[in-house]
Every structure is written in structure tokens, then in C-alpha cells.
Design a binder for this molecule. Structure first.
Ligand SMILES: NC(=O)C1=CN([C@@H]2O[C@H](COP(=O)(O)OP(=O)(O)OC[C@H]3O[C@@H](n4cnc5c(N)ncnc54)[C@H](O)[C@@H]3O)[C@@H](O)[C@H]2O)C=CC1
Ligand SMILES: O=C(O)C(=O)COP(=O)(O)O
Length: 620
């Protein structure tokens, strides 16, 4: 009975968890289809905004309620903050789904003050989404949309820790950026901007502005990704010889375009023109510096439409002054806008534009639609195809795994509630029985959901696919996975069963301890619904809906009736009941699914039945 009375007394953390669960339940209408809701949780469900408000969320405006979904249920309309100019086409997509506020040109302080009132934030390159911003948004901000490619202005690590999904719009401005690169290449070679300025100042200087030809010259593309490849194609059309450096580019793509992939040193040593198209990441920061300029041909010309930070700008000024670099054409700068007295910008051999690479009407419309769709999808909880900080799970895989995702979370949720007191979980093993080969079963989502189930009931941490592995690591949870081959290769279901084992822990319910000393729960999906099918050594079969009472007793007639009577008298509806036993007349386990939560007195009455040795009430 000691175990039973412990089970009745929730720890303060369990009570907090229960109220958290209540808060979440209010946000998700009960009528929302079960499976759909659980898949949403897996990806970007609301991080319990009611339960865990951020300091500034008190000032948040009342959330508008809008009818949504085919269930007709009312739910809060998400709010999206657009911090930089976004084309009307994208805003229209956003407005269909969310309350949209466009606040262009905010100072960092204004953004900090505002961000906690929004579910999503959309930026371009001009807004720094720092750890501070993400912390300020914690509790409500779920998605950061980067309306463009480069995400060097978003603190991805901080976003991941906060479970905030970052999506970008990686394709719609590729051609615009490539065209701008070509525009800068050609105008630099022919001194277009300098000659234009001179003529407007009344100077007709035909000999001063003699240029250089492009045809037959070697162009080195540094970063042979989307933009780099498009620049290469166009440069070949201009009759240039194109080489490229990119440690990760597939050789067959380069071959298909007729581009030679070479090492960094070879590329910069052979080139007459060097065009930069790599991302700004730690390994590319100031990769063009005194040392690399020294390896270039004297009189080389450089184009940068990637990021200012890949060049050591002081070193470039030195190289321009010495004539090592004849000319540079720059669309991007380490600090944007650059200081008015920037030697680089003012250098007579430098052509500059104010980060215009993506700024065509067409690209801006495309980017706006691309990011709006990605953000709306993410807010709906769909897995975003352009997620930057979360694994991408294809839609067909997701729909197949949906009931198992729910099963995995529930097994995690149940098993953590079986852990006694403060023993802490050390090792977790998830065992998948499947007929699929390792390449045919992506378990990242399932593992994330087991983590979610294990962590959320005992903390205020919100766990989703974005931060699951990080959260597990932070909490010292080692989650091992094992696949057991199911001997029916013709089986259509991706999984036969999922088992969660917690090793080296004490349990509030001794019946859940397997022969090996682990807490073991196993489940299967039957007709699309998750079922609990194994508790410790006992086989049961109970649908995982509502809540669950596990009861261990001496196997004897009349037990189901006794428990059923007690629950019936207290108006607690039993949804499922299943008895599993080791041997006739020995120990048995009753797994009882209940729609309502029985009060303390009811549970005590069940515990008082003489044959009952222990019982536990578990919330799903
Ligand atoms: N100026 C503007 O308005 C625009 C600038 N961009 C910038 O252009 C850059 C490229 O964009 P995309 O082509 O769309 O990206 P992408 O991801 O398709 O291509 C980047 C390429 O750089 C390569 N790379 C990574 N590290 C490298 C290294 N150390 N050396 C050489 N290559 C390396 C990658 O393997 C990848 O192939 C990004 O920095 C992006 O922010 C993109 C669009 C507009
Ligand atoms: O997409 C990119 O990486 C860009 O640099 C474009 O930046 P923007 O959206 O024009 O501020």
C-alpha cells in the first residue's frame, strides 16, 4: 500500500506539470482530431504560452480568436511580426492565416520589446535575431522566417535551444543574386559606375575609363551552390573560362555545367576574376585576407554578392592600395550600412551597391510568397521543407509515422510517471520492432517524441523536433535506439511495436519493472490508435486515450467487477480495461483506461481492495 499512497500524492513538480497540461489542453480544442493534433505537437506546437509567459508577455494584446479548421473549433489566431519590407504577395498569404503586423525599421530595443507578443517573426538581412531576441520571445515565439537565403543574422543555436523553428526562402532569389553578380562583374570591368559619376559631374573621360574584356578570362567561383552555379552558367555565356572551389559541391553538377572544381589555393591563384558565393559561417569568416590576397594574381578583380564578413575589409583596402587587387565590386559589407567614411566604399577602384542582390521585383515577390508559405506551414505544425535547424521529414514519411509519433510520446509520458521520487532517469532505450531496413525507417521523429514525453511532464521545458536532442543532452538523458527485425517482411506498417525502457531506476509501480530490472512499457498501433501492450513482464491491451490506472493484484475472480463498481459509483467512465497475468492465481495487472480523472478518495478505495497490491494513476 505504500506505493499506492505515494501515487496519490503528486509531488509539487507533478502538480505543476498537471496544471501545465491543463493550460495546454485549453489551447488545443478537444475536438481537434487526435492524430492530427499529435503530429502538430511533434513539430511546432505552441510552447505552452499560457503556462510559461515571458516577462513582457503581460503587455501582449488579447489574442484574436478565429474559427479554424474543419472541426469548426475556435482557436487563437497566430500573430506574425514582419520586421522588414516584404512584398504584398507574401503579406496576403500571411493575412489569410494570421494577424500580421509590419513594423519596418525597428531598433533592436523596439524589437526586444515587441517580440514576445508574436508567434512568428519574419526578417530579411537587416535584422539581427540574437539570443536576446529569442529569449525575449520565449514562451510564444515559435518560428523565425528569414525571407531570403543567408541566415547568418539569426542565432541558430539560441533558436534551437528555445525550440524555435527557423525557416528560410532559399530558392526564390537565386537568379536575382546571380544576375546582380554578373551586373557587378560587367560594370566593374568597364568602369560603368565611375564613368557615370564622372559624366554626371561634367567630365568626359574616355581614356581614363578604358576597361578590361571578359571573354577568355578565368573566373573563379568561390562557393558553387545555387547562386554560384547560376553565375557560372551566365559567365560561360560571356565566353569566360570558369573554375570553382567548393569543398562540398558534387563533381557531376560542376561537370554538367562545364566547370572545373579546384582547391581554394588553385582557384585564387589562377583567376583573373573571383566571385564569392559561400555562406558566412565560422570557416569562411575573413577567408579572404592578407594571406589569400598574396596568393592571387596581381591585378585580380573581386566580386562579392555573398556576405561582407567573408572578406577582411582592411586587408582588401591594403590590397587595392598596393594594386594587388585591381578592382572590387561589392554588394555586401561586414557592417551594413557601412560607415560613411569607409575607405573601402570610398575607394575609387571599388564599385558598391547597398545589398541589392535579392532586390528585383520578381525575386522579392517570390521570396515573400516562399517565406509566407513556410511560416504558415510551420505555424500549422507541418514540417517545413526549408527548416534550417530541424531535421526534415518528408510529408509521406510523416503521415505514415503519425500514430507511432503519438505512441512514442505517450510511452515516454507514461514511463516517466512510473519513476519513483527523485531517482532521476539515467539510461533510456527505445526499441523498435520493424520489418523495415535501417534506411527505410527514420526514427528521429519518434526519438524526439519519446524525449518530449519523458521531459514535459516533469518540467516546464517545451520539447519539439527542433530542440529534442539538445534538451535530452542538457538533461543528461542518454537515449539509445535499437531496431529488432520483425520476421514478417511483408508487413505494411512501418513498425510492429515501440518499447521504452528506463534503466537503473526505481519505480512507483513495481509491476512495471521487467526481469532485467528496467521500467518497460511497450505499445503498438491498432487500427490507427496507439495501444499499451506490455507493462514490465505483463501483457495488456489498452487503448492510450484518456488517462490510465495500473493496478497489480493477486489473480482471482471478481477483481474487474470490484474496480469497475468503484469507478462506476464515482461516475468515472472506463474506456478500456485489460488484464495481464504471469501465471494463473499469481500476480496480475489490470490496465484501466478512464475518461475522467478519479478523485483521491476513489483511488484510495481501489487501493483498499484486499487483493490489490499496488496501483498508480497516470496522466496521458
Ligand atoms: N547579396 C544578396 O542579396 C544575396 C546574397 N546571397 C548570399 O549568397 C550566398 C550563397 O547563396 P546560395 O548559393 O543560395 O547558397 P547555397 O547554400 O546554395 O551555396 C553556398 C555554397 O557554398 C559552399 N561552401 C560552404 N563553405 C565553403 C567554403 N569554405 N569554400 C567554398 N564554398 C563553400 C557550400 O558547399 C554551398 O555549395 C549566401 O551567403 C547568401 O546569403 C544570396 C542571395 C542574395
Ligand atoms: O537572401 C540573402 O541571403 C540575401 O542576402 C538577401 O538579403 P535581403 O533579403 O535582400 O536583405
Amino acid at each position: 500500500m505504500a506505493a499506492a499512497s505515494r501515487a496519490l500524492l503528486p509531488t509539487p513538480r507533478a502538480a505543476a506539470a498537471a496544471s501545465l497540461a491543463g493550460a495546454r489542453a485549453r489551447l488545443v480544442p478537444a475536438s481537434l482530431p487526435f492524430r492530427a493534433h499529435r503530429v502538430r505537437c511533434a513539430v511546432a506546437s505552441s510552447p505552452a504560452p499560457v503556462a510559461a509567459p515571458s516577462p513582457s508577455s503581460e503587455s501582449a494584446p488579447a489574442r484574436r480568436i478565429s474559427p479554424a479548421g474543419s472541426d469548426g473549433a475556435l482557436r487563437p489566431k497566430p500573430a506574425v511580426l514582419v520586421a522588414e519590407k516584404l512584398s504584398e504577395a507574401g503579406l496576403a498569404v500571411l493575412r489569410e492565416f494570421a494577424d500580421v503586423e509590419c513594423a519596418y525599421g525597428m531598433s533592436p530595443a523596439e524589437l526586444l520589446a515587441k517580440v514576445a507578443q508574436f508567434d512568428a517573426l519574419i526578417v530579411r538581412s537587416g535584422t539581427k535575431v540574437t539570443r536576446e531576441v529569442l529569449e525575449a520571445g520565449r514562451g510564444r515565439l515559435r518560428v523565425v522566417g528569414r525571407a531570403g537565403v543567408g541566415i547568418d543574422n539569426v542565432d541558430l543555436q539560441a533558436a534551437t535551444e528555445a525550440g524555435c523553428l527557423v525557416v528560410n526562402a532559399p530558392t526564390a532569389n537565386t537568379v536575382a543574386a546571380a544576375e546582380h553578380g554578373i551586373a557587378l562583374l560587367a560594370s566593374m570591368a568597364r568602369n560603368v559606375s565611375q564613368a557615370d559619376a564622372a559624366l554626371k559631374a561634367g567630365k568626359w573621360q574616355r581614356t581614363k575609363y578604358v576597361g578590361v574584356s571578359l571573354v577568355g578570362k578565368t573566373l573563379a567561383i568561390m562557393g558553387f551552390g545555387k547562386v554560384g552555379s547560376e553565375v557560372a552558367r551566365r559567365a560561360k555565356g560571356l565566353g569566360m573560362h570558369v573554375i570553382a572551389h567548393d569543398p562540398y559541391a558534387p563533381a557531376d553538377r560542376a561537370r554538367a555545367i562545364g566547370v572545373e572544381l579546384v582547391s581554394f589555393d588553385e582557384a585564387i591563384a589562377r583567376a583573373d576574376f573571383i566571385s564569392l558565393h559561400m555562406p558566412l559561417i565560422p570557416t569562411t569568416n575573413k577567408i579572404f585576407n592578407d594571406e589569400s590576397f598574396a596568393k592571387m594574381k596581381t591585378g585580380v578583380r573581386i566580386i562579392n554578392v555573398a556576405r561582407g564578413g567573408v572578406i577582411d575589409e582592411d586587408a582588401l583596402v591594403r590590397a587595392l592600395d598596393s594594386g594587388k587587387v585591381a578592382q572590387a565590386a561589392l554588394d555586401v559589407f561586414t557592417v551594413e550600412p557601412p560607415p560613411k567614411d569607409s575607405k573601402l566604399v570610398l575607394h575609387e577602384n571599388v564599385t558598391v551597391t547597398p545589398h541589392l542582390g535579392a532586390s528585383t521585383v520578381e525575386a522579392q515577390e517570390g521570396v515573400a510568397i516562399e517565406i509566407a508559405e513556410a511560416v504558415v506551414g510551420a505555424l500549422r505544425g507541418e514540417l517545413a521543407a526549408t527548416a534550417v535547424n530541424a531535421p526534415m521529414v518528408p510529408a509521406e514519411v510523416l503521415s505514415e509515422l503519425a500514430p507511432y509519433v503519438s505512441l512514442a510520446e505517450k510511452l515516454g509520458r507514461l514511463s516517466v510517471q512510473l519513476v519513483a521520487g527523485e531517482t532521476g532517469i539515467k539510461g533510456v532505450k527505445v526499441v523498435y520492432t520493424t520489418a523495415r531496413g535501417p534506411d527505410d525507417l527514420d526514427t528521429r521523429l519518434l526519438r524526439a517524441m519519446v524525449t518530449k514525453g519523458l521531459v514535459e511532464p516533469v518540467s516546464s521545458t517545451f520539447v519539439n523536433l527542433v530542440n529534442a536532442d539538445y534538451t535530452a543532452k542538457q538533461r543528461g538523458l542518454r537515449i539509445a535506439e535499437e531496431r529488432v527485425a520483425h520476421d514478417s517482411p511483408a508487413a505494411e506498417a512501418p513498425l510492429e511495436s515501440v518499447q521504452v525502457r528506463l534503466s537503473q531506476v526505481q519505480s512507483r509501480f513495481a509491476g512495471a519493472i521487467s526481469d532485467g530490472g528496467d521500467i518497460v512499457l511497450e505499445g503498438r498501433v491498432k487500427y490507427g490508435v496507439p495501444h499499451l501492450t506490455l507493462v514490465g513482464p505483463y501483457e495488456v491491451d489498452v487503448s492510450l486515450e484518456g488517462n490510465l490506472i495500473l493496478c497489480r493484484q493477486i489473480d482471482q475472480p471478481g477483481m474487474i467487477g470490484k474496480v469497475g463498481n468503484i469507478l462506476g459509483q464515482r461516475n468515472v467512465n472506463i474506456s478500456f480495461m485489460s488484464v495481464g497475468r504471469t501465471f494463473r492465481g499469481k500476480q496480475a495487472i489490470m490496465a484501466i483506461g478512464v475518461d475522467e480523472e478519479p478523485d483521491k478518495e476513489t483511488l484510495e478505495k481501489i487501493g483498499g481492495i484486499p487483493a490489490v497490491e499496488e496501483f498508480v494513476f497516470l496522466e496521458l
